[in-house]
Design a protein around this ligand. Structure first.
Ligand code: ATP
Length: 335
């Protein structure tokens, strides 16, 4: 297990700053997630840790050792990509044994190094199969087994669930999560799917335009986003802004409780479940989606602002409802 440190890493391609001064500490055995919209620098960050890219500025260290200029083949990093990139002229076992073979591991030991992760991932019986005959989920596991067979110090996963159906994704998330816990390997999990990151990772780094917006636990990101970008990217929020008057933000049709704010104006991020039935303000339902255990919806306030709701029940669009705001669930953003 290795502690990984990115220290003010910047990666510039001509006009594009793909990663912009990123500092991140990954503890031994930890699996933080890296999330953000397309083009925010997730893959470049991963490729830098793997050694395929050299930072334009900044440094990278594994276990306190500077590896900024160490070539990828000397880094002992396992990679799992969204395209499984399995060799179709080799069996599953040969695919998994490929890394150890390149490292000069003898035949008997190689077989063990291939069969162990295949067994661990529940696909031991597929060793002799041609990878092109496997399902997407099976291929994904082979990809993971191949990365584990090199006994990596660090495991990098780049959108490993892309292309799999929703049910299989859910199952694999649980399996991979449990496996990473068991293995105690230091890993980095890149995904554009924030729900996936929230399920898989104890800590998540949110990137936008190559910059780190916040790194925190899923709960902190959701309940206390650092800024409007995070509030909007992680889950759904209604942003309510306005002048601060005494102990509330005057956001037009709603008074948002903000007892500790001293700024002249402020913005609050309000999660859908913070709106409850009550008698503080009215809103007209515009959208309603039944989710089985609750209803997600949208409504318009008297001043025209739109709010996101999640309630046990919600009447049909066009109906006016009377609501309140749960003060304990309001998060005022730092200005
Ligand atoms: P996605 O979710 O779409 O995969 P990403 O967050 O992984 O995106 P990156 O692939 O890291 O984003 O790209 C970050 C930025 O750097 C983008 O603007 C991209 O166009 C640019 N970029 C990445 N690689 C190169 C390259 N080899 N040459 C020039 N620009 C690049």
């Amino acid at each position: 297990m290795t502690h990984v440190t990115l220290n003010s890493v910047r990666k510039q391609y001509d006009q594009t700053t793909a990663v912009d001064g990123l500092s991140l500490d990954i503890a031994e055995g930890e699996t933080p997630g890296v999330v953000g919209p397309s083009g925010c620098g997730k893959t470049t960050t991963l490729r830098t840790v793997a050694g395929f890219e050299t930072p334009t500025e900044g440094t990278l260290a594994f276990g306190g050792r500077d590896v900024t200029h160490v070539p990828p083949e000397q880094r002992n990093v396992g990679l799992v990509f969204q395209s499984y990139a399995l060799f179709d002229n080799m069996t599953v076992r040969q695919n998994v044994a490929f890394g150890p073979r390149m490292a000069g591991v003898g035949k008997a030991k190689r077989r063990e190094r291939a069969d162990d992760p295949l067994d661990m991932l529940g696909i031991g019986e597929l060793g002799d199969r041609d990878p092109t005959t496997l399902s997407g989920g099976q291929q994904q596991r082979v990809g993971l087994a191949r990365a584990l067979a090199i006994e990596p110090e660090i495991l990098l996963l780049d959108e490993p669930m892309t292309g799999l159906d929703a049910k299989l994704k859910r199952r694999l998330r649980r399996e991979i999560s449990a496996l990473l816990d068991d293995l105690d390997v230091t890993a980095l999990y890149v995904t554009h799917d924030q729900a996936e990151a929230m399920e898989m990772c104890d800590r998540i780094a949110v990137l936008s335009d190559g910059k780190l917006e916040q790194v925190a636990t899923p709960t902190e990101l959701y309940e206390a986003p650092a800024n409007e970008f995070v509030a909007d990217f992680i889950g759904t929020s209604t942003l309510l802004s306005g002048p601060v008057r005494g102990d509330y933000i005057d956001a037009g049709a709603i008074r948002v409780p903000a007892p500790t704010v001293t700024d002249a104006t402020a913005t609050a991020a309000v999660r859908p479940a913070a709106f409850t039935y009550g008698d503080d303000f009215e809103a007209t339902v515009t959208e309603r989606t039944y989710l089985g255990d609750s209803v997600r919806g949208r409504a318009t306030l008297a001043d025209g602002q739109s709010i996101e709701l999640r309630l046990d029940e919600l009447p049909e669009p066009g109906t006016t409802v009377s609501l309140s705001l749960d003060e304990s669930r309001v998060h005022v953003l730092d200005s």
